[in-house]
Design a protein around this ligand. Structure first.
Ligand SMILES: Cc1cc2nc3c(=O)[nH]c(=O)nc-3n(C[C@H](O)[C@H](O)[C@H](O)COP(=O)(O)OP(=O)(O)OC[C@H]3O[C@@H](n4cnc5c(N)ncnc54)[C@H](O)[C@@H]3O)c2cc1C
Length: 340
């Protein structure tokens, strides 16, 4: 056995339930799962996958991904969620792809920078946020991105490539990253003002943020953990902006974290003039159940796992909504959810 193979086998786990890696809590045992902690480890995984003829599937926190009940043995599932890195640079902040987006809001909380408030309690990793231009009301990742860094899966020998904002082709939940075989490994984010911290304080803040990372994808735990951070910060004398408190009220009020889900299932179709949730309401589909899955009784664009749901229960509801919307409103809703 070559040392390359040994490294791959050391980094790869077998028989791990993917349900533990998705906020849907759905997904069967994967034959190959890896959580590389660095770009070097990721390169070993990709090289190993090539040698063994495996098809790699990249994910982050699994908050927009529906894993299969019986994963294909020939697939390598790998997530960058354990690769968390921050670096303060003049006028910008480098953040690695595996970093939870909500940590950016906490960075803003501790440094008085409001530009990242929209990422508070936005589940998922920065890499996926850059990939699909994650959005909360009128704010989106493209507002704060300066440069994304990617590796081309088909030409890893070219190393890390820079993609400036002007070349990201950003639109509503779309980007060039969805059309290229690229892995986002990190990004430089714009800082409207430099945080007034000494190098020691900066290092200490980054270590604290890293320590605050919650490794699970269980939504109620995620909510409690990060919402609790505001109280902790207030007790230490940091000013908690109203915008952050409003996120708790808004997302809590929409019952986002009560049951396993991946948030909105479909993209809004802005030519129609009403968001998908409203259209599903008008069709009277809220509360529709298939197996263990249900269209939320509070929000028509969210399908929840109410206990023991299978991937096929969710896809049955996706199909039902698509058929009914197409018949009534004349367009086929495009899923935002990635169905593996
Ligand atoms: C309760 C709840 C509320 C939500 N609210 C919002 C919201 O307000 N706005 C919003 O935009 N989304 C929302 N979402 C969806 C989710 O937060 C975003 O889609 C987020 O960007 C997904 O991040 P992730 O790391 O979990 O991605 P995953 O689900 O792990 O992956 C999603 C896709 O991104 C790709 N990807 C992941 N990492 C990388 C990378 N490093 N490079 C290239 N491609 C990559 C994957 O291949 C996959 O296709 C919500 C989800 C939940 C559960």
């Amino acid at each position: 056995m070559t040392s390359q193979n040994q490294s791959f086998d050391r980094l790869c786990r077998s028989g791990v339930e993917l349900s533990a890696y998705s906020t849907y809590e759905i997904g069967g045992a994967a034959r190959h799962l890896a959580l590389p902690r660095s770009i070097e480890e990721m390169a070993v995984m990709l090289e190993g996958a090539k040698t063994k003829g495996l098809n790699p599937f990249l994910f982050g926190m699994g908050s927009n991904t529906l894993f299969p009940d019986r994963p294909d043995d020939e697939m390598l599932f790998f997530s960058l969620k354990e690769h968390i890195e921050f670096k303060l640079l003049p006028g910008r902040l480098f953040v690695s792809a595996g970093t939870p987006m909500t940590l950016l809001a906490l960075f803003g909380l501790y440094t008085g920078i409001g530009a990242f408030d929209f990422t508070f309690l936005l589940p998922g990793t920065l890499g996926a946020g850059v990939y699909m231009n994650a959005k909360y009301f009128s704010h989106q990742i493209s507002d704060v991105l300066e440069t994304a860094y990617v590796i081309d899966k088909e030409h890893p020998e070219r190393g890390i490539l820079s993609v400036p904002l002007s070349q990201c082709e950003y639109g509503y939940k779309t980007s060039i990253f969805m059309r290229r075989p690229w892995i986002v490994v990190g990004a430089d984010l714009k800082l409207p003002v430099d945080p007034k911290l000494t190098p020691e304080e900066t290092e200490e803040l980054f270590a604290r943020l890293k320590a605050k990372n919650l490794p699970t994808s269980v939504l109620p735990d995620y909510f409690r953990h990060y919402a609790g951070e505001l109280n902790a910060a207030a007790k230490q004398g940091f000013e908690v902006r109203q915008e952050l408190l409003d996120v708790i009220t808004d997302r809590g009020g929409k019952y986002h974290f009560d049951y396993p889900s991946c948030g909105s299932v479909f993209k809004n179709n802005y030519t129609i003039g009403e968001p998908m949730g409203k259209l599903v309401d008008r069709l009277g589909l809220r509360g529709t159940v298939r197996g263990g899955a249900m269209i939320s009784d509070h929000h028509g664009n969210i399908i929840q796992n109410r206990g023991g749901a299978k991937a096929s229960d969710v896809t049955d509801l996706v199909q039902l909504v698509q058929e009914k919307v197409e018949a009534e409103f004349g367009f086929l809703p495009e899923p935002e959810l990635i169905i593996v």
